[in-house]
Design a protein around this ligand. Structure first.
Ligand code: AMP
Ligand code: ZN
Length: 300
Protein backbone atom coordinates (compact mmCIF):
# COMPACT_ATOMS: atom_id res chain seq x y z
CA UNK A 1 0.00 0.00 0.00
CA UNK A 2 1.43 3.38 -1.07
CA UNK A 3 0.73 6.89 0.21
CA UNK A 4 -1.72 8.55 -2.18
CA UNK A 5 -0.09 11.93 -1.55
CA UNK A 6 3.62 11.20 -2.06
CA UNK A 7 4.05 7.54 -3.06
CA UNK A 8 6.00 6.52 0.08
CA UNK A 9 5.04 3.37 2.01
CA UNK A 10 1.64 4.02 3.61
CA UNK A 11 1.06 3.48 7.34
CA UNK A 12 -2.69 4.13 7.46
CA UNK A 13 -5.64 3.52 5.20
CA UNK A 14 -8.27 6.24 5.53
CA UNK A 15 -11.44 4.88 3.91
CA UNK A 16 -13.53 7.93 4.86
CA UNK A 17 -11.26 10.06 2.68
CA UNK A 18 -10.75 7.27 0.16
CA UNK A 19 -6.98 7.50 0.65
CA UNK A 20 -3.90 6.09 2.39
CA UNK A 21 -1.02 8.06 3.93
CA UNK A 22 2.62 7.60 4.95
CA UNK A 23 3.93 8.81 8.34
CA UNK A 24 4.88 12.29 7.15
CA UNK A 25 1.66 12.88 5.27
CA UNK A 26 -0.31 11.56 8.27
CA UNK A 27 1.39 14.17 10.47
CA UNK A 28 0.56 16.92 7.97
CA UNK A 29 -3.07 15.79 7.82
CA UNK A 30 -3.50 15.52 11.62
CA UNK A 31 -1.91 18.91 12.28
CA UNK A 32 -3.99 20.50 9.53
CA UNK A 33 -7.20 19.15 11.10
CA UNK A 34 -6.25 20.61 14.50
CA UNK A 35 -5.41 23.99 12.94
CA UNK A 36 -8.75 23.96 11.18
CA UNK A 37 -10.63 23.02 14.36
CA UNK A 38 -8.96 25.83 16.33
CA UNK A 39 -9.76 28.37 13.60
CA UNK A 40 -13.28 27.26 12.58
CA UNK A 41 -14.51 26.93 16.14
CA UNK A 42 -12.67 30.04 17.43
CA UNK A 43 -10.96 28.04 20.17
CA UNK A 44 -8.00 30.24 21.08
CA UNK A 45 -5.64 32.84 19.65
CA UNK A 46 -1.86 33.06 19.62
CA UNK A 47 -0.69 34.49 22.94
CA UNK A 48 -3.54 32.81 24.86
CA UNK A 49 -2.66 30.34 27.61
CA UNK A 50 -4.03 26.83 27.08
CA UNK A 51 -4.38 24.32 29.91
CA UNK A 52 -4.42 20.82 28.40
CA UNK A 53 -6.16 18.11 30.45
CA UNK A 54 -3.86 15.10 30.06
CA UNK A 55 -4.88 11.64 31.17
CA UNK A 56 -1.81 9.80 29.84
CA UNK A 57 -3.89 8.25 27.04
CA UNK A 58 -3.19 8.63 23.30
CA UNK A 59 -5.68 11.43 22.67
CA UNK A 60 -4.63 13.94 25.29
CA UNK A 61 -0.89 13.30 24.84
CA UNK A 62 -1.30 13.70 21.07
CA UNK A 63 -3.23 16.92 21.62
CA UNK A 64 -0.53 18.33 23.88
CA UNK A 65 2.18 17.23 21.42
CA UNK A 66 0.47 19.02 18.52
CA UNK A 67 -0.23 22.24 20.44
CA UNK A 68 3.43 22.37 21.46
CA UNK A 69 4.50 21.74 17.85
CA UNK A 70 2.30 24.62 16.81
CA UNK A 71 4.05 26.70 19.49
CA UNK A 72 1.02 27.55 21.58
CA UNK A 73 1.66 28.46 25.20
CA UNK A 74 0.48 25.38 27.12
CA UNK A 75 0.68 23.58 30.45
CA UNK A 76 -0.68 20.12 31.25
CA UNK A 77 -3.12 19.23 34.03
CA UNK A 78 -3.27 15.66 35.28
CA UNK A 79 -5.85 14.47 37.81
CA UNK A 80 -4.76 11.46 39.85
CA UNK A 81 -7.97 9.51 40.30
CA UNK A 82 -6.58 6.89 42.66
CA UNK A 83 -7.88 3.88 40.69
CA UNK A 84 -5.04 1.46 41.50
CA UNK A 85 -2.49 0.41 38.90
CA UNK A 86 -4.35 2.12 36.03
CA UNK A 87 -3.99 5.55 37.67
CA UNK A 88 -0.39 4.85 38.62
CA UNK A 89 0.50 4.05 34.98
CA UNK A 90 -1.42 7.06 33.70
CA UNK A 91 0.45 9.34 36.09
CA UNK A 92 3.86 7.89 35.17
CA UNK A 93 3.30 8.19 31.40
CA UNK A 94 2.07 11.77 31.76
CA UNK A 95 5.03 12.82 33.90
CA UNK A 96 7.50 11.10 31.54
CA UNK A 97 5.97 12.87 28.52
CA UNK A 98 6.07 16.29 30.22
CA UNK A 99 9.67 15.78 31.31
CA UNK A 100 10.74 14.67 27.84
CA UNK A 101 9.45 17.99 26.45
CA UNK A 102 10.46 20.16 29.40
CA UNK A 103 6.78 21.15 29.68
CA UNK A 104 4.97 22.46 32.76
CA UNK A 105 2.65 19.88 34.34
CA UNK A 106 0.16 20.54 37.15
CA UNK A 107 -0.78 17.40 39.10
CA UNK A 108 -3.90 17.24 41.25
CA UNK A 109 -4.37 14.18 43.46
CA UNK A 110 -7.95 13.45 44.58
CA UNK A 111 -6.61 11.46 47.55
CA UNK A 112 -4.50 14.38 48.76
CA UNK A 113 -6.78 17.28 47.90
CA UNK A 114 -10.28 15.86 48.31
CA UNK A 115 -9.38 13.14 50.82
CA UNK A 116 -10.45 10.09 48.79
CA UNK A 117 -9.93 8.40 45.41
CA UNK A 118 -12.70 7.90 42.83
CA UNK A 119 -13.82 4.47 44.12
CA UNK A 120 -14.16 5.66 47.75
CA UNK A 121 -15.92 8.84 46.60
CA UNK A 122 -18.39 6.76 44.59
CA UNK A 123 -19.12 4.46 47.54
CA UNK A 124 -19.60 7.31 49.97
CA UNK A 125 -22.04 9.11 47.71
CA UNK A 126 -23.94 6.25 46.08
CA UNK A 127 -22.83 7.44 42.66
CA UNK A 128 -21.29 5.29 39.96
CA UNK A 129 -17.48 5.62 39.79
CA UNK A 130 -17.81 7.33 36.36
CA UNK A 131 -20.26 9.88 37.71
CA UNK A 132 -18.09 10.72 40.76
CA UNK A 133 -15.00 10.88 38.53
CA UNK A 134 -16.79 13.15 36.04
CA UNK A 135 -17.80 15.62 38.76
CA UNK A 136 -14.27 15.70 40.21
CA UNK A 137 -12.63 16.15 36.81
CA UNK A 138 -14.97 18.86 35.49
CA UNK A 139 -14.79 20.81 38.74
CA UNK A 140 -11.02 20.71 39.03
CA UNK A 141 -10.47 21.40 35.31
CA UNK A 142 -12.48 24.57 35.62
CA UNK A 143 -11.27 25.73 39.03
CA UNK A 144 -7.56 25.16 38.34
CA UNK A 145 -7.75 26.79 34.89
CA UNK A 146 -9.55 29.77 36.41
CA UNK A 147 -7.34 30.18 39.50
CA UNK A 148 -4.16 29.95 37.43
CA UNK A 149 -5.37 32.41 34.81
CA UNK A 150 -5.55 30.15 31.76
CA UNK A 151 -7.69 31.42 28.88
CA UNK A 152 -9.01 28.02 27.92
CA UNK A 153 -9.13 24.37 29.00
CA UNK A 154 -8.56 21.81 26.21
CA UNK A 155 -9.47 18.11 26.33
CA UNK A 156 -8.54 15.26 23.97
CA UNK A 157 -12.08 14.28 22.93
CA UNK A 158 -12.02 12.98 19.34
CA UNK A 159 -14.59 12.40 16.58
CA UNK A 160 -15.46 8.92 17.90
CA UNK A 161 -16.07 10.31 21.40
CA UNK A 162 -18.27 13.13 20.15
CA UNK A 163 -20.24 11.02 17.67
CA UNK A 164 -20.96 8.33 20.28
CA UNK A 165 -21.94 10.93 22.87
CA UNK A 166 -24.26 12.50 20.31
CA UNK A 167 -25.81 9.12 19.56
CA UNK A 168 -26.37 8.51 23.30
CA UNK A 169 -27.93 11.96 23.79
CA UNK A 170 -30.23 11.56 20.81
CA UNK A 171 -31.34 8.05 21.74
CA UNK A 172 -32.65 9.48 25.00
CA UNK A 173 -33.45 12.96 23.65
CA UNK A 174 -31.37 14.64 26.31
CA UNK A 175 -31.88 18.10 24.90
CA UNK A 176 -30.01 19.88 27.72
CA UNK A 177 -26.93 17.83 26.90
CA UNK A 178 -27.36 18.29 23.15
CA UNK A 179 -27.26 22.04 23.59
CA UNK A 180 -23.89 21.74 25.33
CA UNK A 181 -22.31 19.30 22.89
CA UNK A 182 -20.14 21.64 20.94
CA UNK A 183 -16.34 21.66 20.33
CA UNK A 184 -16.14 25.13 21.90
CA UNK A 185 -18.06 26.07 25.03
CA UNK A 186 -17.63 29.77 25.75
CA UNK A 187 -17.09 31.15 29.26
CA UNK A 188 -20.54 32.57 29.74
CA UNK A 189 -20.19 33.30 33.46
CA UNK A 190 -17.69 34.65 35.90
CA UNK A 191 -15.41 31.82 37.15
CA UNK A 192 -16.36 29.67 34.16
CA UNK A 193 -13.43 28.93 31.82
CA UNK A 194 -13.87 28.35 28.08
CA UNK A 195 -13.65 24.63 27.11
CA UNK A 196 -12.42 23.32 23.76
CA UNK A 197 -11.93 19.98 21.96
CA UNK A 198 -9.34 20.54 19.22
CA UNK A 199 -9.31 16.85 18.14
CA UNK A 200 -13.01 16.70 17.25
CA UNK A 201 -12.27 16.43 13.50
CA UNK A 202 -10.01 13.37 13.95
CA UNK A 203 -11.02 9.71 14.22
CA UNK A 204 -9.63 7.63 17.05
CA UNK A 205 -7.64 5.39 14.70
CA UNK A 206 -6.02 8.42 13.05
CA UNK A 207 -4.90 9.67 16.48
CA UNK A 208 -3.61 6.23 17.46
CA UNK A 209 -1.59 6.13 14.22
CA UNK A 210 -0.20 9.63 14.96
CA UNK A 211 0.83 8.56 18.48
CA UNK A 212 2.57 5.43 17.14
CA UNK A 213 4.33 7.22 14.26
CA UNK A 214 5.58 9.92 16.65
CA UNK A 215 6.61 7.41 19.34
CA UNK A 216 4.35 8.88 21.99
CA UNK A 217 4.38 6.49 24.94
CA UNK A 218 0.78 6.33 26.21
CA UNK A 219 -1.34 4.16 28.50
CA UNK A 220 -2.93 1.54 26.29
CA UNK A 221 -5.53 0.14 28.71
CA UNK A 222 -8.89 1.85 28.98
CA UNK A 223 -10.01 2.91 32.45
CA UNK A 224 -11.15 -0.34 34.18
CA UNK A 225 -14.35 1.45 35.25
CA UNK A 226 -15.40 2.08 31.63
CA UNK A 227 -15.74 -1.63 30.73
CA UNK A 228 -19.30 -2.29 29.57
CA UNK A 229 -20.23 1.42 29.57
CA UNK A 230 -22.92 2.75 27.20
CA UNK A 231 -20.30 4.97 25.61
CA UNK A 232 -18.26 1.93 24.50
CA UNK A 233 -21.35 0.16 23.17
CA UNK A 234 -22.29 3.26 21.16
CA UNK A 235 -18.74 3.41 19.80
CA UNK A 236 -18.96 -0.21 18.66
CA UNK A 237 -22.28 0.44 16.92
CA UNK A 238 -20.85 3.48 15.12
CA UNK A 239 -17.76 1.49 14.11
CA UNK A 240 -20.00 -1.09 12.46
CA UNK A 241 -21.86 1.62 10.58
CA UNK A 242 -18.56 3.24 9.61
CA UNK A 243 -17.15 -0.06 8.29
CA UNK A 244 -20.23 -0.45 6.13
CA UNK A 245 -20.28 3.16 4.93
CA UNK A 246 -17.03 5.10 5.54
CA UNK A 247 -17.70 8.72 6.52
CA UNK A 248 -20.84 7.95 8.53
CA UNK A 249 -19.43 9.17 11.86
CA UNK A 250 -18.20 12.41 10.38
CA UNK A 251 -21.46 13.05 8.53
CA UNK A 252 -23.41 12.37 11.73
CA UNK A 253 -21.42 14.67 14.04
CA UNK A 254 -20.51 17.41 11.55
CA UNK A 255 -24.13 17.44 10.35
CA UNK A 256 -25.24 18.04 13.93
CA UNK A 257 -22.78 20.93 14.30
CA UNK A 258 -24.11 22.51 11.10
CA UNK A 259 -27.67 22.32 12.39
CA UNK A 260 -26.63 23.62 15.81
CA UNK A 261 -25.09 26.79 14.30
CA UNK A 262 -27.10 29.84 15.18
CA UNK A 263 -29.28 27.93 17.66
CA UNK A 264 -30.34 30.06 20.62
CA UNK A 265 -28.68 28.53 23.68
CA UNK A 266 -29.25 31.51 25.97
CA UNK A 267 -31.90 29.70 28.01
CA UNK A 268 -29.23 27.16 28.99
CA UNK A 269 -27.22 29.91 30.62
CA UNK A 270 -30.06 31.17 32.73
CA UNK A 271 -29.98 28.00 34.79
CA UNK A 272 -26.41 28.62 35.94
CA UNK A 273 -25.88 30.21 39.35
CA UNK A 274 -23.06 30.40 41.92
CA UNK A 275 -22.68 27.53 44.39
CA UNK A 276 -23.52 28.88 47.84
CA UNK A 277 -20.52 27.00 49.33
CA UNK A 278 -17.68 27.47 46.86
CA UNK A 279 -18.91 30.12 44.42
CA UNK A 280 -18.23 27.99 41.33
CA UNK A 281 -20.88 27.98 38.57
CA UNK A 282 -23.53 25.26 38.93
CA UNK A 283 -27.15 24.55 38.05
CA UNK A 284 -28.04 23.70 41.68
CA UNK A 285 -27.91 25.75 44.90
CA UNK A 286 -24.96 23.66 46.14
CA UNK A 287 -22.78 22.17 43.40
CA UNK A 288 -22.27 18.40 42.97
CA UNK A 289 -18.62 18.74 44.01
CA UNK A 290 -19.49 20.38 47.33
CA UNK A 291 -22.20 17.80 47.96
CA UNK A 292 -19.67 15.00 47.47
CA UNK A 293 -17.11 16.71 49.75
CA UNK A 294 -19.74 17.08 52.45
CA UNK A 295 -20.17 13.30 52.52
CA UNK A 296 -16.40 12.74 52.63
CA UNK A 297 -16.13 15.08 55.62
CA UNK A 298 -19.05 13.40 57.39
CA UNK A 299 -17.37 9.98 56.94
CA UNK A 300 -13.97 11.02 58.32
P1 AMP B 1 -12.30 10.28 28.83
O1 AMP B 1 -13.54 10.85 29.40
O2 AMP B 1 -11.55 9.39 29.77
O3 AMP B 1 -12.46 9.73 27.45
O4 AMP B 1 -11.32 11.54 28.65
C1 AMP B 1 -11.64 12.61 27.83
C2 AMP B 1 -10.60 13.69 28.01
O5 AMP B 1 -10.63 14.17 29.36
C3 AMP B 1 -9.17 13.24 27.79
O6 AMP B 1 -8.80 13.31 26.44
C4 AMP B 1 -8.40 14.24 28.64
O7 AMP B 1 -8.25 15.47 27.95
C5 AMP B 1 -9.33 14.46 29.81
N1 AMP B 1 -9.00 13.56 30.95
C6 AMP B 1 -9.51 12.34 31.22
N2 AMP B 1 -8.97 11.83 32.35
C7 AMP B 1 -8.10 12.75 32.83
C8 AMP B 1 -7.23 12.83 33.96
N3 AMP B 1 -7.16 11.85 34.86
N4 AMP B 1 -6.49 13.95 34.12
C9 AMP B 1 -6.56 14.96 33.22
N5 AMP B 1 -7.36 14.94 32.13
C10 AMP B 1 -8.12 13.86 31.93
ZN1 ZN C 1 -19.54 24.17 45.27
Amino acid sequence: MRCRRCGEKAVLKMPRHNTAVCGNCLNDYVIEQVKRAVKDQKMFERGGRVLVAVSGGKDSLTLWDILMRLEYETAGLHIQQGIGDYSEQSYKKTVAFAESRGAELIVHSLREEEGAGVLELAKLTDRSPCSACGVMKRYNFNRIAHDRHFDVLATGHNLDDEASRLLGNILRWQEDYLAKQSPTLPATREKLVKKVKPLYRLAEREITAYAVVNKIDYVIEECPMSVGSKMLVNKEVLNRLEADAPGTKQAFYFGFLERQKGADLSHEDEKIQSCTRCGQPTTARVCAYCRILEKVKAAT
